[in-house]
Design a binder for this molecule. Sequence first.
Ligand SMILES: Cc1ncc(COP(=O)(O)O)c(C=O)c1O
Length: 429
Amino acid sequence: MPSPQMKPGVPGRSGRYFTRVRDTLARGSGTPRTGCPVSVVDVPSLPGDRPGAYFDAASTEPPHPAAREALLGALDAGWADPARLYGAARGARLLLDRARARTAGVLGVRPDEVYFTTSGTQAVHLAVLGGLRARRRAGRHLVIGEVEHSSVLHAAEQHEREGGEVTRVGVDRTGRIDVDAFAAALRPDTALACLQSANHEVGTLQPVDEVAAICRTARVPLFVDAAQSVGRTDVPEGWSMLAASAHKWGGPAGVGLLVVRKNTRWRSPLPDDEREGRRVPGFENVPGAVAAAAALTAYREEMVEAAPRQSALVDRIRAEVPRRVPDVEVVGDPVRRLPHIVTFSCLYVEGEALLTELDRLGFAVSSGSSCTADTLRPSHVLEAMKVITHGNVRVSLPRDVQAPDVDRFLAVLPDTVGRLRRSAGMTTA
Ligand SMILES: Cc1ncc(COP(=O)(O)O)c(C=O)c1O
């Protein structure tokens, strides 16, 4: 029996979100000061009147209104070259400095430890390769977790290709790193250790404080990829370098953070450039940095109320999905987890087909083992956890999620899975 919210043409909150996006794209034209009309062409059709919900905040959080306002203001006030010496340039420099100080305040670090990058991925690459380069004399051994984001894995692979050595530390069935194995992996020639703050596919929080203490004793710098947790949870302590990504907290895409604590050795793996303290090459994206800082401040404040609401909804999904759908495994740590991510795998269903079907019903979700990855290989995270990798769905709740959004999802899921199983020839789905 469909719930009242499921009537066609009655969008829920997230349905309104889709409507807003569609209308903005459809409007899509304006006349900038140059007098040259711009238009957004090839507008994709968006599910404006479908009563679904956007549940892919771990990929990217919908833009925060604070980001939009700050971005528009800074496009006008912060376009000049912050490295120059005239008035407009000083204005841009001031905006950039303020954005840095604001960001540092939320992270609990010094402003001169924060560098704006062009993405979370770039921040990760610079941290890993720059950290390794600076400690070449100590050795060429790198320690990483097995369930790190692809940006860390790819940097590690490059290090291997260039003659370095990498130890990958395993996780338990919840995706939590094996702390003893991490400690045992550190050697006198270990140049750098890397651990994510929380897993991007299953939401499990990693024991960063414990690992940081171990690394400190071993005198090995620790890099923390905090792209999934900054803005949502407290920043852990004890690390030497950290990376984050603004579009994960409602800031603009194309802005990341590299944080390098004082007394941490770092040497650029790239050709020399004097921007961003010689750490990030290229002309600074001042409007992006301003918008990222504004969104982070607003988001962090909102999370005081939003995180418990999201977490209770995740608990509800964790309890209800196996009750309503047979042959399902909910994965990840049920307690030590991010507030907004829940992942489950449905036996006898292809993840890609499930995502497509849910999209048809208006629900935007993702999967670690589907066409959303570059290849059709199963997720390395789920494989490392030794859990089911097929029929995998990651639900990640945006900041304005409400209970009816989740109710609608739970209402359509059993039938959707059942239909796919029957079409695959199963009779007892
Ligand atoms: C854990 C983690 N690290 C790094 C990144 C890369 O961030 P960006 O999308 O800004 O390149 C992501 C993005 O999904 C992530 O989840």
